[in-house]
Write a protein that binds this ligand. Sequence first.
Ligand code: DX5
Ligand code: ZN
Length: 216
Amino acid sequence: MVKIAPSILSADFCNLERDIRRVSAADWLHVDVMDGLFVPNLTIGVPVVASIRRHTQMFLDVHLMIDKPERYIDAFAQAGADLLSVHLEADHPTRIAAALRAMEANGVKKAVALRPITSAKAVLPYLEQLDMVLVMTVEPGFGGQAFMEQQLDTIREVRSLIDRYNPACELEVDGGIAPGTAEKVIEAGANVLVAGSAVYGAEDPARAIELLRTAR
Ligand code: DX5
Ligand code: ZN
């Protein structure tokens, strides 16, 4: 079953509670944390995640687009994240491993994320302990960008590694997901679809979520 994770990056931050309620038919809520260093944009930090946690029971899928994410694992876990994704490009492998240990210690689900330039094989050292791999289908930093078709190969490769080494691991895709691209990524093996503009830009977000879920 495909899961849909609307990205609140496309919500109205002055009406965040309302906009979270508008996507309550979704499976997860995707929260994009950006630090202005790892990506050229600044968004949400720990206090906002803590506030969101007080207003919704939804599963909080927190995507950390920050340098040296190990520094903030405890804080985001204590703020109420259910799952944290750290980018493999954001620190040395030993520190990524330490970030994953910190997630384990905090009882949150563990994921690594790949920029488009990073090859599928980069997940191998971590794969057996992961709950999810996140494959970016745009350059991280902004919502509303065009889907990168060449990432379908990476999704297929990650899917085959997951099937081989850790079949319970989820495969999430993020960036440019709309009904047309949703069909392609599901076909390639993704089972969690992040969508910002396709959900929040729609007249009826609940209907947009259903269209994505049944895209294939
Ligand atoms: C981009 C973020 C995405 C973004 C997706 O760096 O990680 O989660 O919100 O937005 P859309 O779905 O509009 O491409
Ligand atoms: Zn994201």
